[in-house]
Design a protein around this ligand. Structure first.
Ligand code: NAD
Length: 360
């Protein structure tokens, strides 16, 4: 059955990098038997400019009907003085909550060809391929009660609540185990069970979920140790699953292991495999309109979309092989340029990926 993909270019470099991902998808439709229909919509500052709101009703309706959404990025300095509900970032929050996207998947992959971009020694990171699965809608960022109040001693105190129900833990656990089944079949669950009751329950539920995936090896690690292990020996990990705040911090740490933000895709999923796919970086207003942005994070986000929402892991792998082939050819956008390589524009990089796709 034809799947529906909503394309939301957004702001800054968003339209430039999304154009390249759409170019790749068009080739897959025309030549590789991909059965999708793409619609385009407005989000972020572009939506505010055109429709007065960063997440207009028309976009919400299209998003709810789509099987998957491919997004560029939102934001820009021209919107910084808008009142908070109209800021571009509110468009992202709006779409996440409209679709109930509770699972954030962020791979940290370092192509061996780019090992020099990392601040860590090449032998520690070359070939790195970790997937961080972060719970996105619960825990201390959303838990009630929260606030700032005056305590019995007349001093102000701030408080937040870390809270997880068994069902919330179970559903993110299942996303991690399912992802591990498509990879190297190892899940490391990160918690702070030596101190936090929330983590005690987290660990118990992860053990229970693991029983349904006998092929997957489950291990547990305290978050402080996980932060250390990520810089000491990151290649020990396959899938890491963790709660919202720990995941916020660890996924940024992991992405920096690779040193090249223009290469990192992400996915946010709900329980019915509907997903929002976007590069991990922002709208890069400093380089917008110059044709020098790296489109690979967005193209790799399209690959994740094929794998997780469109049931075409074969085509996802094809894109990933094409990216590797193009790096082997020495083609680089400016952000990952090194001496001896050939610098190419955003659209030339997209063309090179298309050529590599066709070459197999
Ligand atoms: P950023 O990720 O946009 O840029 C950080 C640096 O990385 C910049 O120097 C930029 O030129 C470079 N960069 C980023 N993506 C690149 C790419 N594909 N190719 C080459 N270079 C790239 O972060 P920022 O500067 O802190 O934020 C800029 C705007 O983006 C802000 O308005 C912010 O709110 C927004 N933002 C949006 C998202 C999102 O849409 N998901 C995420 C983060 C930031």
């Amino acid at each position: 059955m034809t799947k529906r993909v909503l394309v939301l270019p957004g702001d800054g470099i968003g339209p430039e990098i999304v154009d390249e991902a759409v170019k790749v998808l068009d080739v897959l439709v025309g030549e590789f038997d991909l059965d999708i229909e793409m619609d385009e919509g407005l989000i972020g500052g572009a939506a505010y400019d055109a429709a007065g709101h960063p997440f207009p009703e028309s976009t919400r309706e299209m998003a709810l009907e789509a099987d998957a959404i491919l997004l560029g990025a939102v934001g820009g300095p021209q919107y910084d003085n808008l009142e908070r509900p109209l800021r571009p970032e509110r468009g992202l929050l709006g779409i996440r909550s409209a679709l109930g996207l509770f699972a954030n998947l962020r791979p940290a992959i370092l192509y061996p060809q780019l090992a020099a971009a990392s601040t860590l020694k090449p032998e520690v990171v070359a070939g790195l391929d970790i997937l961080i699965v972060r719970e996105l809608t619960g825990s201390i960022y959303f838990g009630q009660p929260r606030g700032i109040q005056v305590n019995d001693q007349g001093e102000r105190e701030g408080f937040n609540t870390m809270r997880y129900s068994e069902s919330e833990i179970e559903r993110i656990g299942r996303v991690a185990f399912e992802a591990a089944m498509k990879r190297n079949k190892k899940v490391c669950s990160v918690d702070k069970a030596n101190v936090l009751e929330t983590s005690e329950l987290w660990r118990e539920v992860m053990e229970r979920v693991a029983k349904d995936y006998p092929e997957v090896e489950l291990s547990h690690m305290y978050v402080d140790n996980a932060a250390m292990q990520l810089v000491r020996a990151p290649k020990q990990f396959d899938v890491m699953v963790t709660e919202n705040m720990f995941g916020d911090i660890l996924s940024d740490e992991a992405s920096m292991l690779t040193g090249s933000i223009g290469m990192l895709p992400s996915a946010s999923l709900n329980g019915s495999n509907q997903g929002l796919y976007e590069p991990s970086h922002g709208s890069a207003p400093d380089i917008a309109g110059q044709g020098i942005a790296n489109p690979l994070a967005t193209i790799l986000s399209a690959a994740m979309m094929l794998r997780y929402s469109l049931g075409r892991a074969d085509l996802a792998e094809r894109i990933e092989r094409a990216v590797s082939a193009v790096l082997d050819q020495g083609l680089r956008t400016r952000d990952i340029m090194e001496p001896g390589m050939t610098e190419v524009s955003t659209s030339a990089m997209g063309d090179a990926i298309v050529a590599a796709l066709r070459a197999g």
